[in-house]
Design a protein around this ligand. Sequence first.
Ligand SMILES: Cc1ncc(COP(=O)(O)O)c(C=O)c1O
Length: 479
Amino acid sequence: MYDTKKIFRYQHLVDEIEQKIMNGIYKPGEKLPSIRKLHKQSNLSISTIYHAYVELESMGLVEARPKSGYYVNPVVLQKLKIPQFKKISFPPKRVRLSSMVNSVIAAISNPYLLPLGSTVTDSELLPVKYFSRILKNLSHSELKSMISYSLSEGYPELRRQITLRAVGVLKGVAPEDIIITNGCMEAVALAMLAVARPGDTIAIETPTNFGFLQLLQELGLLVMEVPTDPRYGVDLDELEKIFRQNRIKACLLVPNFHNPLGALMPDDHKNRLAQLINEYEIPLVEDDISAELHFGGQHPLPLKAFDHQGLIVTCSSFSKTLAPGLRIGWVIPGKRFKEKIQNLKAATTVSTSTLDQYLVEQYLAGGAYERHLRQLRNVLKKQVVRTALAIQKHFPPETRLAIPNGGTLLWVQLPPQVDGLKVYQNALDHRIAIIPGGVCSNSGQFKNFIQVSCGAPYTAKVENGIATLGRIISKLSGK
Ligand SMILES: Cc1ncc(COP(=O)(O)O)c(C=O)c1O
């Protein structure tokens, strides 16, 4: 049994010291109070304090010096500046993907490369053993029903489990309000088909997930790229201006832990965004795939929680938390779009794999998900912080990045003269995959950006990979 009170106390101390380091109250290289001293001045036990210091060390924020004590890491994140965010909007434009995209997709799915470009969580961190147990225990008759089609809208028990997870996050959702899809991308594709027709204009964030650009290109849609802040998400003043001046048919946004920025839209912005959507009656498709990967104590609310008119369609999946290859996602369409999306699902893929739905349902029903998520968030947060520290140590000093409060992605701004595409090509020669920033825009922006993923365990190989990227970038910057 865990002593939850003790975990709570040590985590509290970790959070407090982490905040003090991030805010510059503890300076780089400064000694932390000795364990004995802190024990005397607080009512915390020696083991709680020791546990907290070890945790801070594993996050890379402090270092233990033999016979001397714990010191703040001389390289700390407070010196990092957030990427510059330019308020430039572009006229509607048909999506034309960069010819590099196919090469990037091949690189980030190549298992022989260092996976700094992958946008999903490494399988090392996923509950493989648990799935293996469920599969082994499948009886002949269960398997027989698993090789039949499931209902087009999905396996009822899985829809019920997803409903249970929405308690406290999204009020009034019933199993019938959920349609199971082949991952989040099918959910987004069905939603876009329901809200727009070829030739329509869609408002998207810039930068955006390049997978969205691929989809919007194939759907024959035009996009308007709306400037997006690395901390707060899409710029609402710009979005309102765009709504006033253009015929926008729908929006496609990622308010929680945006890909690639990592931005988390605050609740007051979400509220205003929902009001804008209602005022202009423009449907909005939100991709909420990373919401469970928050590093704070609280699950961020989906935009749909602020919707009173049924104009917001929420899409998500278990790809980042459980198993990307099982392809289990869902869409919560709301009354306006439910029938259309249900018909589209039946007419395109008929239904989602019954066995894969069963596996995920059994996993959720087994009760291990919450604990898995707690561990996963903790590990991912450490990986994000350690990767950001390594970038700060090895990349040129003009490098900028914002540390996200959830997810696995870092959006890195390089010195202006450095071409992210060249960094990508040079990195491939060293068997490292990253994403060049240019593929995340339809208007040729973000040439001096790269996206670095922290979804794989932070090992010496990853640290060396970041150091190699640092050398490539320094060389390209001419310094
Ligand atoms: C924002 C976003 N949406 C969708 C996807 C794809 O999700 P899925 O594998 O569930 O289709 C990803 C994958 O990384 C993503 O980052």
